[in-house]
Ligand binder design. Structure first.
Ligand SMILES: C[S@@+](CC[C@H](N)C(=O)[O-])C[C@H]1O[C@@H](n2cnc3c(N)ncnc32)[C@H](O)[C@@H]1O
Length: 237
């Protein structure tokens, strides 16, 4: 792990401060629906024996674990910017041996050769990366031709869901509960703010196309609270 990357940016400091309570709060605040969202992501990816996956912004490895539990004969590289998140999830890795390899790194500067991965996934991470275009460029570089990129992310909080009930929960209730349990209310205000500012699903799809991905597709889950987007590195690209 590269110590020089430790807690240098506000995003990094934020995730470091909630790392040990991240899993509990994630499942609690989503009422456990996040397991279903990741399951749907894995279903979309369709892991096959020998597949090489880069799970970017892997946090405490929940995507990697869900993938390996579905198909044991894959290799997952789990990359995250925040050292403390990787450490917080470390216990969970003991069940899967070396199938998931953790690495501290930045999605905007990936330490991998060109054309290395069949799939790059990012769950609830792209919202935190700025500028996203830098990460897209790197993802395209490390994907094999024909390789696929999957984003699991909240839909834009500007979209009214369940007659505004969800939006009220997101902006008013979630920071209160998250703040209470994590003792870090700004972290959960940040979550609500970034979801609110995040592009609409159709705009994110356009953004992926502009970045150079092809065969773009997306669909909502749980009334559009989250979306899964997919893009491909075209063989000719
Ligand atoms: C909300 S968590 C998501 C974790 C995990 N993917 C999940 O599904 O629970 C967002 C993660 O993005 C990471 N992150 C933020 N900026 C990053 C960057 N530039 N490169 C890599 N990871 C980053 C944070 O450290 C944090 O662990």
């Amino acid at each position: 792990m590269d110590k020089h990357l430790q807690n240098k940016t506000p995003v990094d400091r934020l995730f470091a401060s909630i790392a040990t309570r991240y899993d509990f709060l994630n499942h609690f605040l989503s009422l456990g629906v996040d397991f279903y969202w990741r399951r749907r992501l894995v279903q979309s990816i369709g892991p096959f024996p020998g597949m090489r996956v880069l799970d970017l912004a892997c946090g405490t490895y929940d995507v990697g674990l869900a993938l390996v539990n579905k198909e044991a004969r894959i290799r997952v590289m789990g990359v995250d910017y925040t050292f403390q998140m990787l450490v917080a999830g470390k216990k969970k890795l003991s069940k899967v041996g070396r199938k998931i390899c953790p690495l501290q790194g930045d999605g905007r500067f990936l330490p991998f050769k060109d054309n290395s991965f069949d799939v790059v996934s990012i769950a609830f991470g792209i919202r935190n990366i700025n500028p996203r275009e830098k990460a897209y460029k790197e993802i395209l570089r490390v994907l094999k031709p024909g390789g696929r990129f999957f984003i699991l992310e909240f839909g834009s909080g500007r979209q009214r869901i369940w007659k505004g009930l969800y939006n009220f929960y997101l902006t008013k209730i979630l920071p209160l509960i998250g703040g209470f349990f994590s003792q870090d209310r700004p972290a959960y205000e940040y979550l609500a703010r970034t979801v609110k500012e995040f592009p609409l699903a159709s705009d994110l799809a356009r953004e992926l196309k502009l970045a150079g991905f092809g065969k773009i597709d997306y669909f909502p889950l749980t009334s559009g609270i989250v979306y899964i987007h997919k893009g491909e590195k075209l063989a000719s690209g």
